[in-house]
Design a protein around this ligand. Structure first.
Ligand code: 8YV
Length: 324
């Protein structure tokens, strides 16, 4: 019998990560990459010492309560952990870690991708060409909004927002404003060309582009509701690479249809992988399948970071990235 800790890996991971996992642990890999579902997760908690889990695993109080539980640790592959009931995990004495830092640059790149896509109508343009509808160049065809020199409003100013600010200010000459209850130092904000605003409403009212970078918590659920979307300018755009829960998807679809705002670009949704049918029918919204951290380099780095936390835990050392 193996004396190495048993780790259930809930989804397929990049090959180098699976190789290291199999070398250092009694790793139960998920070869066919099907989500485990509540029953599979309960079984994993009952039969393994740790789970290496992802955003597709809903680790609710009910699931975590599976008895008798063998697992002592959840190593989350990802920085966001709103799919884990962290309070219950803490109460049960389950350690939880995440993978910050390593996905900051990739996610910031994707936020900028979305910003450019929605303002320059690139999704629409692609659909136009592929459908064979393009009849040729003309001066008034598919005009979008200029990005350079515009105002970017950041909701939350953590690691990813700062990386977005750097790109926007130093790359596109954008003026950056932000609101965060825990702001960066004035010196750091200045180095990013970013100015604080006293309230979220100030950011919404002033920005040409609003990009969301706050965690999904009970307090931020539907932060972007009908009223707040109404505070944005009619010519402005909403970008979401944070979590779907932060936006009231129905209110957003309404705002986009009625022209309350000019467009939106979303990488995350309230009920992934479902996307509200109204959004699917609109041209002024860009829809991506949760690709924020989806580069080879970043997904390998995320796996290695989860591995590092697992190794530390089973060595009895403090976790590098504890979230409980
Ligand atoms: C991941 C993310 O793709 O890290 C996060 O919070 O949203 C993405 O980078 C996803 O969470 C993987 O579990």
């Amino acid at each position: 019998m193996s004396t190495r800790p048993r780790v259930v890996v809930t989804r397929r991971l990049p090959q180098p990560v699976e190789e290291e996992l199999s070398r250092d642990f009694d790793a139960r890999l998920n070869r066919d990459d099907q989500p485990l579902g509540p029953d599979g997760l309960k079984e994993a908690l009952q039969t393994a010492d740790a789970l290496l889990c992802t955003v597709t695993d809903r680790l609710t109080a009910e699931v975590l309560g599976a008895e008798p539980r063998r697992a002592r640790m959840l190593a989350n592959f990802g920085v966001g952990f709103n799919h884990i009931d962290v309070q219950t995990a803490k109460h049960l004495g389950l350690a939880v870690s995440n993978t910050p830092d390593v996905l900051t640059e990739a996610t910031a790149d994707l936020a900028i991708t979305l910003l450019l896509m929605v303002s320059r109508r690139t999704g629409e343009g692609e659909r136009h060409v592929r459908s064979g509808s393009w009849t040729g160049w003309r001066p008034t065809h598919m005009l979008g909004s200029q990005v350079s020199g515009k105002v970017l409003g950041l909701v939350g100013m953590g690691r990813i927002a700062r990386a977005v600010a750097r790109r926007a200010h130093h790359g596109f000459g954008m003026r950056v404003i932000f609101h965060d209850p825990y702001p960066p130092s004035p010196a750091e904000a200045a180095s990013l060309g970013a100015e604080p605003r006293a309230s979220l409403d100030h950011v919404l009212e002033e920005a040409d582009f609003v990009s969301l970078h706050c965690p999904a918590t009970p307090e931020t659920r539907h932060l972007m509701n009908r009223e707040r979307l109404g505070r944005m300018q009619r010519s402005s755009f909403l970008i979401n690479t944070a979590r779907g829960d932060v936006v009231d998807e129905a209110a957003l679809a309404e705002a986009l249809s009625e022209g309350t705002i000019a467009g939106a670009a979303l990488d995350v949704f309230e009920k992934e992988p479902q996307v509200s049918p109204q959004l699917l029918s609109l041209e002024n919204v860009v829809l991506l399948p949760h690709l924020g951290s989806a580069t080879h380099e970043t997904r390998i780095a995320m796996g290695m970071r989860a591995l590092e936390n697992l190794r530390l835990f089973f060595r009895g050392a403090p976790l590098r990235d504890p979230v409980t």
